[in-house]
Design a protein around this ligand. Structure first.
Ligand SMILES: NC(=O)c1ccc[n+]([C@@H]2O[C@H](COP(=O)([O-])OP(=O)(O)OC[C@H]3O[C@@H](n4cnc5c(N)ncnc54)[C@H](OP(=O)(O)O)[C@@H]3O)[C@@H](O)[C@H]2O)c1
Length: 264
């Protein structure tokens, strides 16, 4: 089977890293099923990519805060006779407010979007991948999973879950031809900090800490094709992640408290 017979489901394809994945995989000949809430953006991207690359490109508008969304996406794919060979579990955001004063439904929605929906989509695409003996799954974690925890950020715990879960899935599934990679970017140019409300603080950070979404995508895709369960893209991010791991937990805690650029 060649890329031209394969289809990638990409969540959060309306912006940033997800849109960059759509562009990259379309250029490699993959058919696409694009998911996010902003249907108009998805439709524009789908039209552009099918015109440029001659690939089939479908759109399914869904809010992944809705617990019914993952089943609805896979149901749509099955009804449309789309086989999901590649899953890019990318949709995500971070809150920035204090845990104690954030309403529970807001926190529950973060967990639904970046833990439950990510896990459920992995589970739901597997039967097809197992039947075909080939699959590639990239779950967006973050360098936050390696860096010291920041006060108030549920995000650190969520992305640590995604990192550990992806490694376990990879161990289980690689013998069946299915590779799973946790992609752990650092600061990446996208709409993430606009949504989080931290654009001003993010703009103060030195250029050396930033990567373009295209570079993150290319390194992440190379990693999953090579069967690497964890990918920290970019030299600077690799140095940061690598230097944090061996530190004692108490020192990680101290640094997290002192160095969080988004501390209120
Ligand atoms: N940018 C960074 O610095 C950075 C660093 C490390 C990890 N990451 C991770 O990379 C992933 C992509 O982030 P990004 O930087 O590309 O951010 P972005 O530009 O803000 O894009 C986020 C995407 O997620 C989608 N999304 C958000 N909530 C959704 C929901 N409830 N249902 C469906 N789709 C939803 C958005 O689409 P709609 O609004 O149209 O629904 C959008 O397409 C995230 O998982 C993020 O945690 C980012």
């Amino acid at each position: 089977m060649t890329a031209s017979n394969r289809t990638a489901l990409i969540t959060g394809a309306s912006a940033g890293i997800g849109a960059a994945f759509a562009r990259y995989l379309a250029s490699e000949g993959y058919g696409l099923l694009l998911v996010a809430r902003r249907a108009e953006r998805l439709q524009q991207l789908a039209a552009e990519l099918s015109e440029q690359h001659g690939i089939p490109c479908e759109v399914f508008a869904a809010d992944l805060n809705d617990p019914a969304a993952p089943a609805a996406i896979i149901d749509y794919a099955q009804r449309s006779n789309i086989h999901i060979d590649v899953l890019i579990n990318n949709a995500g955001l971070s809150g920035k407010d204090a845990f104690a004063s954030t309403p529970w439904p807001t926190l529950a929605a973060e967990i639904q979007l970046m833990v439950t929906a990510v896990t459920e989509l992995c589970h739901r695409v597997l039967p097809g991948m197992q039947a075909r003996g080939w699959g590639r799954i990239i779950n967006l974690s973050s360098i936050a999973a390696f860096a010291p925890p920041g006060a108030s950020l549920l995000y650190t715990g969520i992305k640590s879950y995604v990192l550990g879960m992806s490694q376990s899935l990879d161990m289980e599934l690689k013998p069946q031809g299915i590779h799973v990679t946790a992609l752990c970017p650092g600061f990446t140019h996208s709409e993430f900090h606009d949504t989080m409300g931290t654009r001003d603080q993010a703009n103060q950070l030195p250029d050396i800490l930033w990567q373009d979404a295209d570079a993150v995508v290319e390194e992440g895709w190379r990693a999953v094709m090579k069967g690497k369960p964890v990918c920290v893209p970019g030299t600077v991010n690799k140095i940061i992640a690598g230097s944090m791991r061996p530190l004692p937990v108490s020192l990680q805690y101290y640094l997290g408290d002192r160095m969080n650029p988004f501390k209120q």
